[in-house]
Design a protein. Structure first.
Length: 278
């Protein structure tokens, strides 16, 4: 029985790279259902690739195979790996930090290094710049088609040796919560923080009440204002900010029908801190 194969890359769709990956998968088995997570990860942005995996993986069924290719180190000595999560999903990716969010938020129970002698598109060995097609799509398709299992991927690796990007866990200090801006809701410019709803509710804030919001990039203050905590964007007037719970049950900041990110030139990652204060 074939499993879903889900692709994400920083390739874009302006050329045939993604189509080539899908073609390779269908040469392994034309029965594999192939889906796109996104191909618009910012170029070389491993952090965003890590987040987008975690954002979506929980909504796919057991057995789903994810192939994530944001690989600025392609052709180097970085490892090519397959991770298996506790709930039975597979991730095929370079070991370069792409698994950071899944590792931090879920349980990875098995890790294998891809044996490129066995799991590589035939006659592609002289090319070292398109592992997304030659190794990752090929291996992912073999997993999705049940041609190989984890043992067939390659040698076992210690799970705790997965390469991780720096990661900041949100914390509460009396009436203040400090977190980071993990990602942008890019189409609309909303800021998605890593502050869980349950942690925020420890401040005992109700809908309609104001919260003081500060945003820092490293040590420089970018934004400070009181923001209404609302159920959704419609909780404030057009053009006004709102603090809300996003679709991943974390706190987020938006401007009703506007882009908070563009308005204040906000970025993402652990260098972008957000402070919520009652």
């Amino acid at each position: 029985m074939t499993k879903p194969l889900i692709l994400q890359t920083d390739f874009g769709l302006a050329d045939g790279a993604v189509s080539a990956m899908k073609g390779v998968a269908h040469t392994v088995s034309h029965r594999i259902p192939i889906f796109d997570n996104t191909h618009y990860i910012p170029p070389y942005d491993i952090w965003s690739a890590s987040y987008r995996l975690w954002q979506t993986i929980n909504y796919w069924p057991e057995g789903s195979v994810f192939v994530s290719v944001v690989d600025p180190g392609v052709g180097s000595d970085r490892k090519s790996i397959v991770a298996k999560t506790e709930d039975g999903k597979y991730i095929v990716t370079p070991d370069n930090g792409t698994l950071t969010h899944v590792y931090q938020h879920q349980s990875i129970i098995e890790l294998r290094e891809i044996d490129e002698e066995l799991n590589r598109l035939p006659s592609s060995g002289a090319s070292h710049t398109f592992h997304g097609r030659d190794i990752y799509a090929f291996t992912g398709a073999r997993l999705a088609a049940d041609i190989i299992d984890m043992e067939g991927v390659g040698a076992k690796l210690p799970v705790d040796e997965i390469v991780q990007l720096p990661f900041y866990h949100p914390r509460r200090d009396n009436d203040t919560i400090i977190g980071t801006i993990d990602i942008l809701d890019v189409q609309f410019g909303n800021l998605w923080t890593n502050i869980e709803r349950e942690l925020f509710l420890e401040l005992e804030v109700s809908y309609g009440e104001d919260v003081e919001v500060e945003i820092f990039h490293e040590s420089r203050q970018i934004y400070k204002n009181t923001v209404t905590y609302g159920r959704s964007f419609a909780s404030t007037k057009v053009g006004e900010p709102v603090l809300y719970v996003n679709s991943l049950d974390n706190m987020a900041i938006a401007i009703n029908q506007g882009s908070f990110a563009k308005g204040y030139n906000i970025g993402i990652g652990t260098s972008w801190k957000v402070i919520l204060r009652k």
